[in-house]
Structure formats: structure tokens, C-alpha cells
Design a protein around this ligand. Sequence first.
Ligand SMILES: [Zn+2]
Length: 239
Amino acid sequence: MTQLYRDHGIVLRTYKLGEADRIVVLVTRGHGKVRAVAKGVRKTKSRFGSRLEPTSHIALQLFEGRELDIVTQVESIDHFRPIRDDLDRIARASAMLEAVDQIAQEREVNPRLYQMLLGGLRALAAHNGPVVVPAFFWKLLALEGYRPITEQCAECGVIGPLVAFELEAGGLLCADCRRGTAISPEAVDLLQRILGGQLGSALNEPASPASHEIDHLATRALEHHLERRLRSVTLLDRA
Ligand SMILES: [Zn+2]
């Protein structure tokens, strides 16, 4: 039985270990979230230290350890240079990496989560638009099983007009059922496009009051979901 394995991954974060080593947290295509030691990478002559930075898309070989795996080979697939060279995009990428880090479970295989992050980073590298991160958050919620209802009132089913958003109600609401946060017709349209198969056109939207609205709503919805998830994990641990 070999303890070496190969996979593709995206670096979510790294932190120092001892004098010269670094721990790398990755989301991988075939092994879920992995925490691995990269030995000697903080020495100047390290062969692969620079390939193990947050957002790096890499092909790697790991040696399976009892608690932490050990990185034995790294090849760069994509550095996402347009992201690295732009502080604004770095901030946006960091929000995506952090969200995935919170949702991904160690060794829980989730190839769609890996693909989604890859797609999100590629979209951000291609175009630094205000909708990239909120669209990513909405898609992440949908992947987690919390896709908001956007085509009709989540409460009574009327097609429209939809004027409010309430996560606990399940999505958008009509004027009769309204509660939660008021939402403009432009933001309703943008949200419907993001979740309704027109992501490409939504990603090219310029900054507008509507993009701010859906950004704000997406962040609140994801935070709400993560808190509930983290609480449920804590409860499970105590059981
Ligand atoms: Zn209604």
C-alpha cells in the first residue's frame, strides 16, 4: 500500500511551522481539504516555496501522514498573476479563499467546491468586477443546499414584483409578504441572473447600487449560514 498520492489543489492559506517549514492548507480535487507540511520552504534555496502561496493552483504529490501530510513535489498550474499584482483583487480572492476554507471539511471529498473556487479565481483574474465575489458567495450557498428562491415569492409563490429578501423565508418576497431587507428591481434582476444560468452576463456588470445590494446581502447570507453551520458542528462535537 503506497502512502504517496497526487492531486490538484488550490492553496487557501499557509502558516509558519518551526524555523523553516510551513503548513499549507489546500482544497484539493480528490481529497477535500488537506493540511500538509512543506519542509524547508522558508529557506532561500527552497525549490517550491514560491509555488505555495494563497491562490496558487498546483499539481502536487503528498506523503500521507498520520496527522499532517507532507508535500514532496509541487508543480505550478496557474499563479493567477492578475490577482497577485492587484491589491483590490487580492482582497476579493481572500474573501473567496476564506469562505471555502470555512466550508470545506478536512478529507471530505468535494470536487464541485474545488471546481467552483477554480472558476471564481479564473473569473476574478479575467475581470475585476464587483459581482465576482457576491456571485461566488451565492453559488456557494446554493452548493451547500441553501439556494434562495428568486423566481417567485418564497412565501406565496406569486411571480412578482419581488421587493424584499429574507433568508429565513427562503429568498425573495412580494409586497404582500414583505419582510427582511428591501431590494431594488435592478438587484432582483441581478440576483436572478446570477442564480438562473446567466452568470456570464452578471459578472460583467459594472459597480452600481444594485451590485452593492447583492454584495451586502450575499455576505450576510453566507455569514448567517456559516454561523449556523459552525454552531451545528460545535453541537455535534459535544454530543
Ligand atoms: Zn408573496
